[in-house]
Ligand binder design. Structure first.
Ligand code: AMP
Length: 548
């Protein structure tokens, strides 16, 4: 027997319809790429997105066509998202931090027909136009004054397109399982692979992340998504904020400590989200300038493990609550968040910190499990490491065009490629990427744990641990440290700092001081590049080279 409730396809145009209808006057403030602060509202965004949909139709875009964006977080970028998705086209977010060859590969693989871009990226596109033949139009997200500086024959002006078309356009009306958005991930081996979100998966992710134990977005919040819309959909904030009626503050291209701080204060931001690197820059800026955070209450940090120094710094010095979250492009992205449950909330602050540093527990619709190499389930004892697998309605079932083959096991779980523990409270802790974990004498060593402790050393700006070849143990940990400017450091003082904080056999066999710790396109430490750079390095305890 079927239920007798209304059939209401969950398509994301309904999110911005809701924002227009019930929060129409709520502001969306952007630091524009041209410079000035620009103010708009959900009602205006809705109208302009409709005009854009008509412009796309006039350019021949049909349902299922891929339309890309190569852009910073701004109000215009949100208009492009809703304008594309509303008519059933697929919004493909491109990450401008990728190398040009990778960008071209992705554009060709997706067969993007149109690219919306900011002024910043016009030169990259111009230099690669010949290599992206499926792209028929490039729309520059600026006005006619901004177009004067654009040296790209045939480029279209965003504002002119919007002015030329009316706002009368039907949205939705298709199956909620239709593709809505596409984002490529370089997380796995080989070429980047496309994660193809549906309207339904985006809608469900929006509802789940709005919950108080997840991002907890309310109509009273003022939200600054530092996390880019081109990386894992800004953790869904461009959907959950209009859904809740929260004011949005979009930082554009300026993500340095001073620029972020200015927006936090002038716009009264209460909630923000970013990767650890950005928060570290903000913390450094605040300390140097004796700046204050008068409105910010909560920040969510994810993408890489959050170091203890950040949680303590924001909490103790500025009264801002930091919550740690984990996710992947394949999980839309939010998979876990370290919000306390009832038992943990009753613990002392020091005891709670232990859980705050974990990646957290899954919300409804995320199902996690741990497995060993033989496929056996592992205990949730907080100590046993295993492969982390995930299942749920906003987790990828396969990659675009079938790349990577069948990615689910026979129970429908996706192997995240992360190695983790799960404890008795259901808190997950990532110990490594499967490809980065160090296997020493057959036992696993967590590089992330050593890095996090080493980063707490007052002289350390950043730290990375890789496995270096060792004839007896296969691999031993090698610690690379980038010192803060003007600091000197010694191997012994870093090893002494780790003593007592990690198992003795986890102690790195050597410490090497480097000028920089390279970060990849999504802000994570680029271990592949570090291994490449260190390929001729020989451990003092070994007498052989690092395994590449
Ligand atoms: P991406 O798809 O680029 O967002 O990368 C996803 C990967 O980032 C995950 O599989 C993890 O390896 C890593 N990651 C994300 N969040 C965290 C976190 N909070 N702590 C440690 N690693 C994380």
């Amino acid at each position: 027997m079927l239920g007798l409730m209304q059939n209401w396809p969950m398509t994301v145009d309904k999110v911005i319809d809701h924002a227009r209808d019930w929060h129409g006057g709520r502001e969306v403030v952007s630091r524009s790429v041209e410079g000035p602060i620009v103010r708009t509202t959900y009602a205006q965004i809705h109208e302009r997105a409709k005009r854009l949909s008509n412009a796309l139709k006039a350019l021949g875009v049909e349902q299922g066509d891929r339309v890309a964006t190569l852009a910073w977080n701004t109000g215009r970028h949100i208009e492009a998202w809703y304008g594309i998705m509303g008519i059933g086209a697929v919004c493909h977010t491109l990450n401008p931090r990728l190398f040009a060859e990778q960008l071209c590969y992705i554009i060709n693989h997706a067969e993007d027909r149109i690219i919306f871009t900011d002024l910043t990226f016009v030169p990259i596109l111009k230099a690669n136009l010949a290599n992206i033949p499926t792209v028929k139009h490039i729309v520059v997200m600026t006005d006619e004054a901004g177009m004067k500086g654009v040296d790209l024959p045939g480029a279209l002006c965003f504002e002119t397109l919007i002015a030329q078309h009316g706002a009368d356009c039907a949205w939705g009306g298709f199956d909620e399982n239709s593709a809505a958005a596409l984002c490529y991930t370089s997380g796995t081996t080989g070429h980047p692979k496309g994660v193809l979100y549906s309207h339904r998966s985006n809608f469900l992710h929006t509802l789940v992340t709005m919950g108080v134990d997840v991002l907890g977005i309310s109509a009273r919040d003022v939200v600054l998504p530092v996390v880019p819309m081109f990386h894992a959909n800004a953790w869904g904030l461009a959907l959950s904020c209009p859904a809740a009626g929260a004011k949005l503050v979009m930082p554009g291209q300026k993500l340095d400590g001073a620029s972020v701080h200015e927006l936090l204060e002038t716009e009264g931001v209460t909630f923000s989200a970013a990767v650890p690197t950005v928060w570290l820059m903000l913390l450094t800026h605040l300390r140097e300038t004796k700046g204050q955070l008068t409105t910010l209450k909560r920040v969510v940090i994810g993408g890489s493990a959050v170091p203890e120094a950040i949680v303590r710094g924001f909490g103790d010095e500025y009264g801002v609550d930091v919550t740690h979250a984990w996710g992947m492009t394949e999980t839309s992205p939010l998979g876990t968040q370290a919000t306390p449950n009832a038992a943990i909330a009753e613990m002392s602050e020091e005891a709670q910190l232990r859980f705050k540093l974990k990646q957290g527990r899954p919300p409804i619709m995320i199902h996690l499990k741990l497995e060993n190499d033989a496929g056996d389930d592992l205990p949730h004892d907080g100590a046993t490491f295993g492969k982390l697998k995930v299942r749920g309605p906003f987790v990828a079932a396969g990659y675009f065009r079938g790349d990577g083959g069948d990615i689910l096991d026979d129970q429908g779980f996706f192997d995240t490629g992360d190695v983790a523990t799960l404890d008795e409270h259901g808190y997950m802790q990532i110990t490594d990427r499967a490809k980065d974990v160090i296997k020493s004498g057959g036992e696993w060593i967590s590089t992330i744990e050593i890095e996090n402790i080493a980063m707490g050393h007052p002289k350390a700006a950043n730290a990375a641990v890789i496995g270096a070849y060792h004839p007896k143990w296969d691999e031993r940990p090698l610690l690379l440290v980038q010192l803060k400017p003007g600091q000197d450091g010694t191997k012994d003082e870093f090893l002494a700092f780790l003593e007592g904080k990690i198992a003795k056999w986890w102690t790195p066999d050597d410490v090497v001081f480097v000028d920089d710790i390279p970060l990849g396109a999504t802000g994570k430490i680029d271990k592949k590049l570090i291994r490449e750079r260190m390929k001729d390095y020989v451990l003092p305890t070994a007498g052989a080279k690092v395994g590449a």
